[in-house]
Design a protein around this ligand. Structure first.
Ligand code: NAP
Ligand code: MG
Length: 481
């Protein structure tokens, strides 16, 4: 499988509508994690480069934010169409730089593009309010205005969607953006920028700074006075740091951080559906998503039945290069990810867990998907994100215990449970301390719903009518009589 439109493979950064080198002239290689082949190299930009990009975004902000909403909407809609017209090529590029199976990359392009379409509509609906009769003869008018230059930092696990989930609402609101994609996966972002330009996005509205030195770029984005908003998706550790750094200039901030999703199977659940749901929820992207089931919790009464059905399905998953057809699970992103997963499994095995499917001996960056039983909350994987194809199945024996175990974590992003009892469904759904709850559903992400977390999983929401608020300030005007 190869790309038809070679122009989508970009080897420069994108600043002020131009394909740009780093001031220093430095570059670094982008490799395919499946076989370490070099795809291309991109500029290794530094503080000076990002500063310039910020100034350009600031220069363009007045023009972009005052453009008619319907004109901004039209550009976004055109961009959406171009993304979909190039779905296959974008998917091939994504699989090359990130490793996920091609069918998942196809899905991500559609999912990522859907945010551009959604917010092309939302751009036209940034309404305000009128508060009548505040006092005799007085009125209050509430309007929403774009925040300003927005700094965006994204992870490697969804090289396109993590960008569009932020850029869609930001541009729709009237903000201009400076993006630092993950160092391992800048190519999908650059290809998307290429198509944005084709769609008629004016120069300087969307800028992409590629770099191997995240902390330097992050420091500038969070401390530069011209940047009014930071939107970050990534680890909780880096999110906390960016929040601290942003304090010096009191920026508006949204953070989509780590998760530790419980996937609870109650005794009245449709076990077949639960096992199927757990496969999608756990093994998508080789387990490298923030909403992946991290802890599968199954009621005592149906534990053996679930493990048997689930294990049968896990054994059928095909591991291999994401570009080969029929592959379900690709490589992990890099060697340190492989090591981290291995260590978590080793810790569980040493504390008494049983490996009933798969192997903790990777071949290169490829793991045979694993199922672990006899696990408990003292094992490290109970509290840490596994981020790999490993499914630990815990036991519980009452609703109270299931809820308590589910909430026993500092994270609060996605949660899932399977039950057919309507009374239980309400009670459990309301008791879960999470931003999102999948009920008899293993996949919850859609542009129509507000994605986001509570606790140390972050703040702010992406997607839906709520998503655009992250990029708007509220102002009120009191009209005297
Ligand atoms: P990460 O290390 O935090 O990286 C995310 C982004 O932050 C990358 O662009 C990275 O750049 C950058 N970065 C790293 N150190 C930085 C610093 N000191 N200052 C500024 N930027 C910095 O996260 P990861 O481990 O690569 O990604 C996986 C994490 O993302 C997981 O925890 C996962 O749960 C989370 N995630 C959350 C969501 C969500 O919506 N809640 C979605 C997907 C992933 P480099 O690539 O150059 O290191
Ligand atoms: Mg990283």
């Amino acid at each position: 499988m190869s790309m038809k439109n070679k122009d989508l493979l970009r080897s420069k950064a994108f600043v002020d509508g131009k394909w740009t080198d780093a001031h220093s002239g430095k570059t670094y290689d982008i490799k395919n994690p499946a076989d370490d082949s070099v795809i291309t190299s991109v500029p290794d930009m530094d503080e000076e480069d990002v500063k310039e990009a910020i100034e350009i975004a600031d220069r363009e902000f007045p023009k972009w934010s005052s453009m008619l909403a319907k004109d901004r909407s039209e550009i976004l809609d055109k961009w959406y169409r171009l993304l979909m017209d190039n779905q296959e090529d974008l998917a091939v590029l994504m699989t090359m730089e990130m490793g996920k199976p091609l069918k998942e990359s196809m899905g991500e392009v559609a999912y990522g593009a859907s945010f551009i379409q959604w917010f092309s509509e939302e751009a036209k609906r940034v309404y305000g309010d009128v508060v009548p009769n505040h006092a005799q003869g007085k009125r209050i008018v509430v309007i929403k205005q774009p925040v300003g230059v927005t700094g965006i930092i994204t992870p490697w696990n969804f090289p396109l969607a993590m960008i569009t989930r932020k850029v869609g609402p930001a541009l729709a609101a009237g903000c201009t953006v400076v993006i630092k994609p993950a160092q391992d996966t800048p190519l999908s972002a650059l290809a998307a920028a290429y198509l944005a330009q084709k769609a008629g996005l004016p120069p300087g509205v969307l800028n992409i700074v590629t770099s191997n030195s995240a902390s330097e770029i992050g420091k500038e984005l969070t401390t530069n006075k011209l940047v009014k908003k930071i939107s970050f998706t990534g680890s909780t550790k880096v999110g906390k740091m960016l929040m601290e750094q942003s304090a010096s200039t009191v920026k508006k901030i949204s953070l989509e951080l780590g998760g530790n999703a419980p996937f609870v199977v109650f005794e009245d659940a449709d076990i077949e559906a639960a096992a199927e749901g757990a496969i999608a929820c756990k093994f998508r992207n080789a387990g490298q998503t923030c909403v992946c089931a991290n802890r599968i919790l199954v009621h005592d009464k149906v534990y053996d039945q679930f493990v048997e059905k689930f294990s049968e399905k896990v054994k059928k998953l095909k591991v291999g290069n994401g570009l080969d057809s029929g592959v379900d699970i690709g490589p992990l992103i890099n060697d340190s990810a492989v090591e981290k997963v291995s260590e978590l499994v080793e810790d569980a095995l040493q504390k008494g867990a049983k490996l009933v499917v798969g192997s903790n001996k990777p071949e290169g960056r490829f793991f045979d998907p694993m199922v672990l039983t006899d696990v408990n909350d003292e094992m490290e994987m109970f509290s840490k994100e596994i981020f790999g194809p490993v499914a630990p199945v815990y036991r519980f024996s009452s609703d109270e215990e299931a809820i308590e175990l589910s909430n026993k974590t500092k994270f609060g992003l996605a949660s899932y449970f399977y039950s057919r009892d309507i009374g239980r469904i309400w009670k459990v759904a309301e008791s879960l301390q999470y931003g999102m709850v999948g009920i008899n559903e293993g996949l919850i992400s859609t542009e129509v719903a507000p994605f986001g977390g509570v606790k140390e999983s972050g703040m702010g929401r992406e997607g839906s009518k709520y998503g655009i608020d992250e990029y708007l300030n509220i102002k009120y005007m009191l009209m005297g009589g």
